[in-house]
Write a protein that binds this ligand. Structure first.
Ligand code: DC
Length: 204
């Protein structure tokens, strides 16, 4: 059965954790579409042409741990404004969404552009300050030397670029259920997302 769960939202709102948990709960496959853009961004930083890098992207490119750094995130956000880069990545995402057995895709434009007919759409958000604090704790936990102010500035720059670009800007689909995780624990956010998916799919 083809069931697509589209989960969009700004950087560090908890989409990744929520998407993984929703996928595990319902036994669906999960694709973090940000990794596609991060992998293209990494190739561009290494000297590749953005459109060629997107056209030649290999699923194995997504397994690089180096894609999780703030520099990779900014590079991803920069190449994500290029229309030809985005269109080169559409087929991979739609094929993933159409797999048998259910799929959760998280990103910025899943419910609006990639899978506008998805039966379940969530928009996961939180204040910029909350998102920066969570990302800061995560990066410090990984041993990175960075300040909260730097992380907050990064989050704001990425938000502005993702929301204001001409091509597939970050915006909630009209029919998305919004989950603001600012005042939620991660367990509460996961429970709210699972409940929203259940209700949209009509599962008791
Ligand atoms: O979800 P993330 O933080 O890993 O995404 C990194 C960047 O990639 C994000 O700032 C914008 C871009 N992106 C996008 O434009 N569309 C998506 N579906 C996913 C990510």
């Amino acid at each position: 059965m083809i069931i697509t769960v589209a989960i969009d939202g700004p950087a560090a709102a908890g989409k990744g954790t929520i998407s993984k948990a929703v996928a595990a709960h319902f036994g669906f496959a999960h694709l973090d579409t940000g990794l596609l853009y991060r992998a293209v961004g990494a190739k561009v930083r290494a000297g590749a042409d953005p459109v060629a890098a997107a056209q030649m992207l290999d699923p194995r490119d997504l397994e690089d741990d180096g894609l999780r750094t703030p520099a990779a995130a900014q590079a991803a956000s920069e190449i994500a404004v290029i229309a030809e880069v985005r269109s080169a990545l559409v087929a991979f995402q739609r094929n993933f969404a159409a797999r048998d057995g259910g799929a959760v895709l998280d990103g910025r434009d899943i419910g609006t552009v990639i899978c506008p007919d998805a039966p379940v759409k969530l928009f996961v958000t939180a204040s910029a300050e909350c998102r920066a604090e969570r990302r800061f704790n995560e990066l410090v936990g990984k041993g990175m030397e960075i300040t909260l102010d730097q992380v907050l500035a990064d989050v704001k720059i990425r938000d502005a670029r993702d929301r204001n670009r001409a091509e597939a800007p970050l915006v909630a689909a009209d029919d998305a259920v919004e989950i603001d995780t600012s005042d939620m624990t991660i367990e509460q956010a996961i429970a709210a997302a699972i409940e929203a998916v259940r209700s949209a799919l009509g599962i008791c």
